[in-house]
Design a protein around this ligand. Structure first.
Ligand code: GRF
Length: 201
């Protein structure tokens, strides 16, 4: 199953996915292309280092969100992408995009959804005083971090945490959880019943 990974930044989750693929931990999933809406980001270097095709589509070059999403879809189709994994991709997708890959768009979020959606989730957790936070892999719908949950991992918040230390602790779990979830979807072990998502062993 050909996977398109959408990025905007550093790409540590992309790296975890590429490392899992090399180690045989991605099952039948193969990263066919890494697409960034920002030129020059570290994620693109990681893709090139792994000999994976890259595409850059700056969203500012498009008149509307929909026009941008149509270009994204066309680019992913050229690479025969069947499954889309958002990995730090900082754009909201329209129904135009989601309709092109129904039930086949995944995201990772650095909090235990539905807590702390949107941006700066680690700071939100600290400011709220949460003692436990974590990360969530979910299917993407047209809301912001509202799609059906596939997998979650909990992470403690320690008394002396700041955003950097908490972010790092969450990322350790993200890097484990996301490749495993992609593998489960690619192996056809993930079944949706309304909002509930079940994963066969
Ligand atoms: C991660 O925290 C992910 O959960 C969020 O964006 C961040 C991306 O980090 N969606 P990286 O680019 O994978 O290092």
């Amino acid at each position: 199953m050909k996977v398109g990974v959408l990025v905007s930044g550093s790409g540590t989750n992309l790296q975890a996915i590429l490392d899992a693929q090399r180690a045989g931990g991605l099952g039948p999933a193969r990263v066919a292309v890494v697409l960034s809406n920002v030129a020059g980001v570290r994620a693109l270097e990681r893709a090139k280092a792994a000999a994976v095709a890259t595409e850059v589509l700056p969203h500012k070059g498009y008149a509307s969100r929909q026009a941008f999403d149509e270009a994204l879809v066309a680019t992913l189709r050229r690479h025969d992408v069947e499954l889309v994994a958002l990995a730090g991709f900082m754009r909201l997708l329209t129904p135009t995009f989601l309709g092109a890959f129904p039930g086949r768009v995944m995201n990772i979020h650095p909090a235990l959804l539905p807590a702390f959606p949107g941006v700066h989730s680690q700071k939100q957790a600290l400011d709220y005083g949460a003692r436990v936070t974590g990360c969530t892999v979910h299917f993407v719908d047209d809301g912001c971090d509202t799609g059906p949950i596939i997998a979650q991992a909990a992470v403690p918040v320690l008394d002396d945490d700041d955003v950097a230390t908490l972010t790092a602790r969450i990322l350790v779990e993200e890097h484990r959880l996301y490749p495993a979830a992609i593998r489960a979807v690619a192996e056809g072990r993930v079944r949706s019943e309304g909002r509930r998502v079940k994963i066969a062993p």
